[in-house]
Design a protein around this ligand. Structure first.
Ligand code: FAD
Length: 340
């Protein structure tokens, strides 16, 4: 069995890389087994181009958002599903400083294309507590990650292009022409193992989120007011998330659950019933930029997607494939060489 690209890991990084290969006519075989701590299994899937705490666009938002929009739009069309949802995000201001940052951003040419000041009837119809007002991020979206990963899994299994196992370091045998894992051979192997990867430059950040039911709440927007509230359909919402730099692999905790419910209660006067509780580990880079590049003559990696995996993954996959297949130089800002 000979493939162009073998992929280790099928969180959002590996899944997107597999689809990017397919779009370029490259054959892929993916090795993955879901594990506790996987970031993509805990992620809400919000795609927000603005850093709300500082009210400026996140890294390369203007370039990355259109790439993500086109990529996921084409992918869902090919699969015959609807997992990419254009979803405005309403940011409920925490106080006068937040309002001031927002007003400044409205006049800032970098931030202004993503945001607007407009009335949001849903915020007034539901018992949201917004004494300082709110602003809207217009360019945001939501990716239904479980739906997309499930659809891709079905497709890959049908093509015998997915092996649901964990690959140990010693299982990958490289020679100058390619790599071999068991009886599967590839020209390249790309490590997309996210927080499970042991390499320089990574700083792991634990996150927890909740799936809740809130009877009586109808919402088509993401609302953020100290914590995010994301409508995911069927009367359910994602609430999250937390950030923790210690005890990253400890799993779900009562403390985080209580903290998230308390933040939610501060800005929404409706009871929330917890349906599910998720914990994952974000594979963040020390400088908060992706980590891409070659780790050997036939080995490469994509990692460091941090808290913005959905927005960054399509650009990262395209950038790595341009490098491996067409010899394009790596952008120094994402090149893993910066951590060597
Ligand atoms: C609580 C929480 C909320 C978040 N919310 C959002 C959000 O709303 N929007 C957003 O864009 N991002 C969000 N993120 C960040 C996002 O989840 C990450 O950026 C992204 O999921 C990273 O994807 P990944 O594929 O690199 O890693 P992972 O999703 O962790 O995937 C790695 C995969 O590799 C597999 N693997 C590991 N080792 C091996 C091996 N040896 N062999 C085979 N397979 C292996 C694992 O089992 C796993 O399936 C959130 C993260 C958390 C924790």
């Amino acid at each position: 069995m000979q493939y162009d690209v073998l992929i280790l890991g099928r969180g959002i990084a590996g899944a997107v890389l597999a689809e990017a290969c397919r779009q370029r006519g490259l054959s892929v075989h993916v090795f993955d087994r879901p594990q506790a701590g996987s970031a993509s299994l805990a992620a809400g899937g919000a795609v927000n181009p603005v850093v709300l705490r500082r009210m400026h666009p996140c890294w390369r938002a203007a370039a990355l958002m259109p790439v993500a929009r086109t990529f996921f739009g084409q992918w869902q069309q090919r699969l015959g599903i609807r997992c990419w949802h254009e979803t405005p995000l309403v940011h409920v201001f925490s106080g006068p400083d937040d309002v001031q940052r927002w007003n400044h951003a409205l006049g800032d040419a970098r931030a202004a294309p993503f945001i607007t000041a407009r009335a949001e009837p849903e915020i007034h119809q539901a018992p949201f507590h917004a004494p300082h007002g709110y602003g809207t991020v217009t360019d945001s979206a939501w990716l239904d990650i479980p739906q997309l990963l499930d659809a891709q899994r079905t497709e890959l299994l049908g093509e015998r292009a997915l092996t649901e196992t964990l690959v140990g370091g010693g299982d990958v045998v490289a020679d100058p022409h390619g790599v071999q894992i068991g009886d599967v051979r590839g020209r390249w192997v790309v490590d997309c193992t996210g927080p499970f990867h042991h390499g320089p430059g990574l700083s792991l950040v634990k996150g927890e989120s909740l799936t809740v039911r809130i009877p009586g709440l109808a919402l088509s927007r993401i609302v953020h007011g100290g914590i995010g509230l994301l409508p995911i359909g069927g009367g359910l919402f994602r609430v999250g998330s937390t950030f923790k730099w210690t005890d990253t692999w400890e799993g779900t905790t009562e403390e985080a659950r209580d903290w998230m419910l308390a933040r939610l209660a501060e800005f929404l006067g409706l009871p929330a019933e917890v349906v599910d509780h998720h914990a994952g580990v974000r594979p963040a880079a020390l400088d908060r930029k992706p980590i891409i590049g070659q780790t050997g003559p036939r080995q490469a990696m994509i990692n460091g997607l941090g808290a913005r995996g959905v927005m960054q993954a399509p650009w990262c996959a395209g950038h790595l494939l341009d490098h491996l297949m067409a010899g394009h130089p790596l952008d120094p800002e994402v090149d893993l060489a910066r951590f060597r």
